[in-house]
Design a protein around this ligand. Structure first.
Ligand code: CA
Length: 231
């Protein structure tokens, strides 16, 4: 099931930026333009995560946060506060009210997406575990280690993130552009060819002790991580 994120934000350019990036990451996105609408939408359908602007018309973000926490259906809903306020006291107040995380505007989309992923990982099965295994490959996100058939592999940071991304969706083919957006971030300028270079390094590292290649190249489409039985 696609995770559903509700964006409560009144500034259209920010809404569009968030919608674009969240949809690229595979989330379903709902938008509320003020606090009242956010509360109504959450009563109709509880999201998996709320991205909440602090300064909202009608009902403020802080009040939305408090009401969300006071309802049993949304008591444990992850909330990330987004705000122009950067003062430490506001930050603490936001977290006191029950936000799980806090990010100040202007924010880096790459950083925000990473924080959302971290929150989703805590709440979604599959993404929840620090350790994930597939086809004899085990990735440990807390110790940043990768093993294949019990032997440790040495991956660079980019290869690690690539593998982390691909192994969560085995068999699915991703284009270079999708990988660039998801692994490098949409606001980073990197040539598509860079993906080929890092895929090459990832493949080499993964296959160091094995001749079964788990990275499939799909001509003119992209790459996927594929268990041997599917090759
Ligand atoms: Ca606002």
């Amino acid at each position: 099931m696609t995770p559903y994120i509700l964006v409560a934000e009144d500034e259209d350019p920010v809404v569009e930026l968030l919608r674009y990036n969240l949809e690229r990451e595979g989330y379903e996105v709902g938008v509320a333009k003020d606090g009242e609408e956010a509360l109504v939408m959450m009563k109709e359908r509880a999201p998996d995560l709320l991205l909440l602007d602090w300064m909202l018309p009608k009902v403020t973000g802080i009040e939305v946060c408090r009401q969300t926490r006071s309802r049993s259906e949304t008591r444990n809903l992850p909330i990330i506060m987004v705000t122009a306020r950067t003062e430490e006291s506001d930050r603490i107040r936001g977290l006191d009210t029950g936000a799980d995380d806090y990010i100040a505007k202007p924010f880096s989309t790459t950083e925000l997406m990473a924080r959302i992923r971290a929150v989703m990982r805590r709440i979604r099965p599959g993404l929840a575990e620090d350790v994930q295994s597939c086809a004899g490959v085990e990735i440990n996100r807390s110790s940043h280690t990768v093993m294949r058939d019990g032997q440790e592999l040495h991956l660079g940071p980019t290869e690690f993130r690539l593998l982390d991304y691909l192994i969560q969706r085995p068999g699915r083919v991703f284009s270079r552009e999708q990988l660039l957006d998801s692994v490098w971030g949409a606001d980073v300028y990197v040539e598509a060819r860079t993906v080929d270079v890092h895929i090459g390094r990832l493949r080499k590292a993964l296959n160091k002790h094995s001749d079964v290649d788990l990275i499939r190249t799909v001509r003119s489409a992209g790459y996927s991580f594929v268990p041997p039985k599917d090759l």
